[in-house]
Design a protein around this ligand. Structure first.
Ligand SMILES: *Cc1c(COP(=O)(O)O)cnc(C)c1O
Length: 399
C-alpha cells in the first residue's frame, strides 16, 4: 500500500512540529467550544425550530465576534470552507461582478496558488492579468503596481504575508496607492491567511476592501475560513444553491467549525502581541544556531519585514526533499517551500521570483514555529538538523 496512506498513529513517538505555516494544531479551548455543536446541537441553521435557531444564533454570534476583531460589520463576513475558497470567491466573484467596468486584474507574482490559479481561470474567460514583480527580498514593487493601474483595472490582490518566505507586504501603502489613483477605482483584496494571529488585521487600518482569513492557520479547525468583503463592493457567488451567507456562499453551514473559527481568532488576537514577540525571539535564536552550526546556509526572503515565526533557508548541497524526509524520520516535521508544492518537483515559484539560483531553490527548507514551540524543541532540532545535513553531504560527496 502507498506509504503516505498507510500511516499508523503512534502516541509514544516524540515529535517536534515546525510546520505551522502549513497548518496549526487545534487549541484545546477551541475544541471544547466546538464539541456541543458536534454532539448535541443538531439543528440546521435555516430551520425555524428551536434546534435550528440555536445553530443560527451560534453562527451569528461567531460572525459578530469576527467582524468586531477585524473592524467590519457582521454582514460583511462570508463564511467559506477556508482560505482557498475565500481566495477563489474574492478573485472570481469580484472580477465577474465588476466586468462591466473592465477586465483587468493586478496580483503579485508570489501569491498563493489559490489566487494564481483563480487568475488563470479568469484569463481563460478573457480577463487580463498583470503580475507584479517582487525584489530579491520578496517585497512587491510599489512603482510597478502604481503604473499598472489602468482605466479597466477592477481588482488588485496582494497577499499580506507570504506563506513560504514570510515576507510582509506594506498593505496600507498599497491601499493608499490604489485609493489615490485617478485612473480607476479597483477593489483591493488581500490574502491574510498567514498574517492573522501575527499581524494587525484591522481592515480600516489596512485599507482593504476584501480580506481572506483561514481558521486552519490560527489553531482553529481546518476546512473553515471567511472572506470579509466591504458592503460597498460587488461580488457574485461561485457556487449556487440556497440563501445561506446572503446567496454568496450557499450550503448548510458548518456550525461547529464556524464556532471554533471565531474562538480561534479571538484567542489568536488576544495573544497576538505577546506571541509575536516570543516567536520572533525564538526564530532569531534558532536561525543564529543554524548559521553557527551549519556551513553554506543562505536565508531566503527579507529579515526585517518577515513573519515572526518563519525561517526559510537554503542549505548548499542538501536537497530539500531529502532533508525533510530525513528530519521526519528523526522526529522533526518541516517543509520544503510550501506544503502545496511539496509533491511537485518544480522549485517553488516564490523562490524563483526572488531570484534564488535554481540549485539553491532545490535546497530550501522552511521551519515555521508556533504557539507550542519551545526553546528546548529548537535546541533538539539543531542537533538533529546538523546531523542530517552532515549525512546528506557525506553521501553526495561519495557519488
Ligand atoms: C494556507 C493558505 C491558503 C489556503 O488556506 P486553506 O484554508 O488551506 O484553504 C491560502 N493562502 C495562504 C497565504 C495560505 O497560507
Amino acid at each position: 500500500m502507498n506509504s503516505r496512506i498507510d500511516v499508523k498513529i503512534d502516541i509514544t513517538m516524540k515529535r517536534i512540529y515546525l510546520d505551522n505555516a502549513s497548518t496549526t494544531p487545534i487549541d484545546a479551548k477551541v475544541l471544547s467550544a466546538m464539541l456541543p455543536y458536534l454532539k448535541d446541537m443538531v439543528g440546521n441553521p435555516s430551520s425555524l425550530h428551536y434546534e435550528g435557531r440555536l445553530a443560527k444564533s451560534a453562527i451569528e454570534k461567531s460572525r459578530a465576534e469576527i467582524a468586531e476583531i477585524i473592524g467590519a460589520k457582521p454582514s460583511e463576513i462570508i463564511f467559506t470552507s477556508g482560505g482557498t475558497e475565500s481566495d477563489n470567491l474574492a478573485i472570481l466573484g469580484i472580477a465577474r461582478a465588476n466586468q462591466n467596468k473592465g477586465k483587468h486584474i493586478i496580483v503579485s507574482c508570489i501569491e498563493h496558488k489559490a489566487i494564481l490559479n483563480s487568475c488563470k481561470k479568469l484569463a481563460s474567460e478573457g480577463f487580463e492579468i498583470t503580475y507584479i514583480d517582487v525584489d530579491s527580498n520578496g517585497l512587491v514593487s510599489l512603482e510597478q503596481l502604481q503604473s499598472s493601474i489602468k482605466p479597466t483595472t477592477i481588482l488588485v490582490s496582494v497577499m499580506y504575508a507570504n506563506n513560504e518566505i514570510g515576507t510582509i507586504q506594506p498593505i496600507n501603502q498599497i491601499a493608499k496607492i490604489i485609493k489615490d489613483s485617478m485612473v480607476s477605482t479597483p477593489v483591493f483584496h488581500s490574502d491574510a491567511c498567514q498574517a492573522a494571529g501575527s499581524l494587525l488585521i484591522d481592515i480600516n487600518k489596512l485599507g482593504v476592501d476584501a480580506l481572506t482569513i483561514s481558521s486552519s492557520k490560527i489553531y482553529g479547525p481546518k476546512g473553515i475560513g471567511c472572506l470579509y468583503i466591504s458592503d460597498k463592493c460587488r461580488i457574485e457567488p461561485i457556487t449556487f444553491g440556497g440563501d445561506q451567507e446572503r446567496y454568496i456562499r450557499p450550503g448548510t453551514e458548518n456550525v461547529a467549525a464556524i464556532v471554533g473559527f471565531a474562538k480561534a481568532l479571538s484567542i489568536a488576537e488576544d495573544k497576538r502581541q505577546s506571541e509575536s514577540l516570543r516567536l520572533q525571539k525564538l526564530r532569531d535564536y534558532f536561525l543564529s544556531k543554524i548559521l553557527k552550526n551549519i556551513t553554506d546556509v543562505s536565508v531566503n526572503g527579507d529579515m526585517d519585514n518577515r513573519l515572526p515565526n518563519n525561517i526559510n533557508v537554503s542549505i548548499k548541497g542538501v536537497e530539500g526533499e531529502s532533508l525533510v524526509l530525513l528530519l521526519d524520520n528523526e522526529g522533526v516535521a518541516c517543509s520544503t517551500g510550501s506544503a502545496c508544492s511539496s509533491t511537485d518537483l518544480n522549485p517553488s515559484h516564490v523562490l524563483m521570483q526572488i531570484s534564488t539560483p535554481l540549485e539553491l531553490a532545490h535546497c530550501s527548507v522552511r521551519f515555521t514555529l508556533g504557539r507550542y514551540t519551545s526553546e528546548k524543541d529548537l535546541d533538539n532540532t539543531i542537533t538533529i538538523l546538523a546531523e542530517c545535513v552532515k549525512k546528506i553531504r557525506s553521501l553526495s560527496s561519495i557519488k
